[in-house]
Design a protein around this ligand. Structure first.
Ligand code: MRU
Length: 339
C-alpha cells in the first residue's frame, strides 16, 4: 500500500499507525496496529474513533494483513470480528462490506487498492460537506457543536468541524461553543484541540449549559455529526445530541446534521431500528485519560451508559451530506433512499 497520511491515522513504510485519542490532548503518541485483535481493542477503547475513521482504520488493517500474506479465509474472519467492534456507526459495516466484496471478486491482493480508495474518498467527501455547509453559515455566527467530528474522526477535514474550518477559510468571523460531551469528553479533550489547531475562536461549556446559552440568544446554529442516518432522516449521534435538538427547536435555533453518504443506512427505516452501543459503567462512575483515572461514584452504583442517542428527523433543519443539503420535505419525499 502507498504511504497515507491523516491527522490521526497513517500508513508509513508498511506500518499502520494510530494517534492514541485516549491520551489527547496532553500526550500525542502514535501506536502501531498490526492485528485485528489490536485494532478491535483500540476501537473499543476509543483510541481510534469517529464513525468514518473506524471504517477506514479497519479497512487499512485488512489491507495490511493481506499484504502480509493472510489467507482469504482469515481475512474474512477478521473482517467479521472488526465489523462487530462497535455496533452503531454504520460506516464501519459499509467499509467492511466493500472490502469483503473486493476480496470475493478480486482476491486479497486487491484489498490495498480498495482501502486506499476508501481513505481518499473520505477526504473528498469531507471537503464537499465542508464547502456545502460553510455557505449556510452567516458571517459572525455563534456555532454550537457536540462531541468531535473533525480530522480526528475522519481521514479528511471532518464533518461538522469540517464545515467550521471552511467557514473560517471563507474569511467569515465565527465563534464556536464546544460541548464537553460527557462521559468521554470528546468535546473537552478533542474538539478544543482541533479548534486550537484551526485557529478558531471557541469556548468550552458543560453539556448542561447549552439551554441557557440558547435562551440568552448566544447560539445561532448547531452543527453535529452522525453515526447512522436512517432512511426517514432520524439519526444516531453521540449521546446528548437529542437533548440539544429538543432545546434548539424550543428556542428556534437551526439544527443541522453533517455526514457523508457512508453514514446513511437506507436499509434502516427509522431511528428505532438503529442499534445503540451500551458501554462500561466505569465511564459514568468517573473519568479517565492522559490525566489519570478518577472515580467519584461507589463501584457498586448502577449505571446506564448508552454511547449514542437518536434524534428524530422532525427536529432537524437540514442534512448536510456530500451530495447536497437536504431539507425536511426532501427527506420525507425519500431523498435518502435514492443516494
Ligand atoms: O464515540 P465516538 O467518539 O466515536 O462518537 C463520535 C460521534 O458521535 C461523531 O459525532 C460521529 O462519529 C461523527 S464523526 C465525523
Amino acid at each position: 500500500m502507498k504511504d497515507l497520511l491523516a491527522t490521526s491515522i497513517k500508513y508509513q513504510q508498511g506500518t499502520l499507525l494510530i494517534l492514541d485519542q485516549h491520551q489527547l490532548p496532553h500526550r500525542e503518541q502514535w501506536l502501531p496496529c498490526d492485528s485485528a485483535d489490536t485494532m478491535i481493542a483500540m476501537i473499543k477503547k476509543l483510541q481510534i474513533r469517529g464513525a468514518p475513521l473506524i471504517g477506514i482504520g479497519a479497512s487499512l488493517l485488512l489491507a495490511h494483513l493481506a499484504e502480509q500474506g493472510a489467507s482469504a479465509a482469515s481475512l474474512r474472519a477478521d473482517a467479521e470480528r472488526l465489523r462487530a467492534a462497535r455496533p452503531t456507526a454504520v460506516n464501519l459495516m459499509i467499509c467492511i462490506d466493500r472490502m469483503l466484496a473486493t476480496l470475493t471478486e478480486q482476491g486479497p491482493t486487491a484489498l490495498s487498492h480498495c482501502a486506499e480508495q476508501l481513505f481518499n474518498e473520505d477526504i473528498a467527501l469531507c471537503q464537499r460537506m465542508a464547502d456545502l455547509g460553510a455557505d449556510l453559515i452567516a458571517d459572525g455566527a455563534n456555532i454550537l457543536t457536540h462531541c468531535n467530528t473533525g480530522s480526528l474522526a475522519t481521514a479528511g477535514v471532518g464533518t461538522a468541524i469540517g464545515v467550521i474550518g471552511a467557514v473560517k477559510q471563507q474569511g467569515k468571523a465565527l465563534h464556536v461553543w464546544v460541548d464537553e460531551t460527557r462521559p468521554l469528553l470528546q468535546g473537552g479533550r478533542l474538539t478544543t484541540w482541533e479548534m486550537d489547531r484551526l485557529g478558531v475562536s471557541h469556548t468550552l461549556i458543560c453539556d448542561n449549559m447549552a439551554a441557557l446559552l440558547m435562551a440568552q440568544g448566544k447560539v445561532d446554529v448547531i452543527l453535529v455529526g452522525a453515526d447512522r442516518i436512517a432512511a426517514n432522516g432520524d439519526f444516531a449521534n453521540k449521546v446528548g445530541t437529542y437533548s440539544l435538538a429538543v432545546i434548539a427547536q424550543y428556542h428556534q435555533v437551526p439544527f443541522y446534521v453533517v455526514a457523508p453518504y457512508t453514514t446513511v443506512d437506507a436499509n434502516c427505516p427509522d431511528g428505532s431500528a438503529i442499534p445503540i452501543e451500551q458501554r462500561n459503567p466505569a465511564e459514568v462512575q468517573g473519568v479517565s485519560g492522559s490525566f489519570g483515572k478518577v472515580n467519584w461514584a461507589p463501584d457498586s452504583t448502577p449505571v446506564y451508559n448508552p454511547a449514542f442517542d437518536v434524534t428524530p428527523a422532525k427536529l432537524v433543519s437540514g442534512w448536510i451530506l456530500d451530495t447536497g443539503v437536504y431539507r425536511p420535505e426532501q427527506i420525507v419525499a425519500g431523498a435518502l433512499t435514492t443516494l
